[in-house]
Design a binder for this molecule. Sequence first.
Ligand SMILES: O=P(O)(O)OC[C@H]1O[C@H](OP(=O)(O)OP(=O)(O)O)[C@H](O)[C@@H]1O
Ligand SMILES: NC(=O)CC[C@H](N)C(=O)O
Ligand SMILES: [Mg+2]
Length: 503
Amino acid sequence: MCGIVGTLAASPVNQLLYDALLLLQHRGQDAAGIVTMQGHKCFMHKARGMVRDVFRTRNMRALPGNIGLGQVRYPTAGNAYSEEEAQPFYVNAPFGIVLVHNGNLTNAHALKDELFDIDRRHINTESDTEVLINVLAHELELAARDLPLTPKEIFNAVRAVQKRIKGSYAVIALIAGQGLLAFRDPFGIRPLCFGRAANGDFMVASESVALEGTGHQMERDLAPGEALFIDLTGKLHTEQCNDAPSLNPCMFEFVYLARPDSVMDGISVYQARLNMGETLAQRVISTMPPNEIDVVIPIPESSRPSAMQLAHRIGKPYREGFVKNRYVGRTFIMPGQGARKKSVRQKLNAIGVEFKGRNVLLVDDSIVRGTTSKEIVQMARDAGARKVYLASAAPPVRFPNVYGIDMPTQEELIAHGRSIEEIRAYIGADALIYQDVDAMKRVVAALRPGLAGFEASCFDGHYVTGDVSLADFAAIREQRTSQGDEEDAAARSRLALQSGTEG
Ligand SMILES: O=P(O)(O)OC[C@H]1O[C@H](OP(=O)(O)OP(=O)(O)O)[C@H](O)[C@@H]1O
Ligand SMILES: NC(=O)CC[C@H](N)C(=O)O
Ligand SMILES: [Mg+2]
């Protein structure tokens, strides 16, 4: 779930892209990159690290032009420590294309062979995004052969791309000397929306917060399967490029990934989290008498809206029992289990007075590997809590995700192959209460009539694209796990340098 942004404005866009990437930083902490374009020439700067560390004044000065795009990366393919896999990616033919991608291709491994054997294209990294840009380049070349490049050829190329690539993708690309292209996968798994500023400047981004925070008014979400092309004069063209699109946004965006102040596919992320808190409260009430709970405490940051609503519903005080170090990033999206584990203690610290002698109900948005919960329950006990109960606003995460959340293996998931009682014992809580899958889907879907469903595979094991083969699962798993040890070591050594964006 990287963050991506593209813009066309009446003045230089380097600062605008930087500002938008800062607003999307919570979607990726490993690398950042910007490309701008002036005439036919593209200017790129990308590197590993957070936005503030990657772009120095000298880098910003070297990004001229009124059109450009950017990305913050959270790797779901390839290697977090490879500078070459930082985005954007560039190919020089046809025209010159630069591309950023949020999502994960499930057939990247097969396409890589196909690109080499048939299309005669060489892929030099393990990134699925490099595969994607080469498929787009190939199809654009075919669609525009002997023809001037118009939106018609571009949309035909997107059609052809959608037939070849599988998985999830929200994509923004610059075509040198032509304009900016964006498209979304036919299942609408990964988000993408666009809007304009009062002076007509155009922006397309992963989350509405990037538009709002840079002075753009959100117009709408891109529909699943839809593409847009904005030429250099600012004329916007849109076209549906798929015969059977259906909207199945990723449930994990609403649970954890997105900022609460974003609205995605018509659903307020904040409201979705409140609703999840409401249904979780019902589970709590049916599991244990609320008078056994003295206080409700959120595990910062993402669980706050759900915890607040839950406390309100069960009629117990909501208190801040943990202080978050604002200079430590999000732990879940760090590469490597060693780094994640160490970061929890660096990131959160208990306020003793809220725990001493009390029965506390801790609320988190999700329990994935159990890294956070196990540490936090112990911290609550160390701080003097009498009983420590834990509630999760998301249901148990039991299945791997192949659509852009980095949990490719079942074995790493704390809920895989364990009963609730076994998970409770592992975490060390006195009680463990999970959200119900159907209740969660129902209360989030209620905010957006007409949804086909949700991509909620990590909770329900149903993979909406319907085409992920066992070989695909194995390839994704193999590719990611081979990176694990290297990432762990590298992440530990640079952890001290990690800085956060949200306070
Ligand atoms: O079970 P786990 O594997 O630990 O993963 C789940 C935890 O990770 C996330 O927090 P994170 O620190 O990434 O971000 P946040 O500050 O937005 O809550 C999430 O909010 C849970 O707290
Ligand atoms: N989280 C994402 O969207 C990742 C994009 C792409 N698969 C990468 O690994 O770089
Ligand atoms: Mg958290």
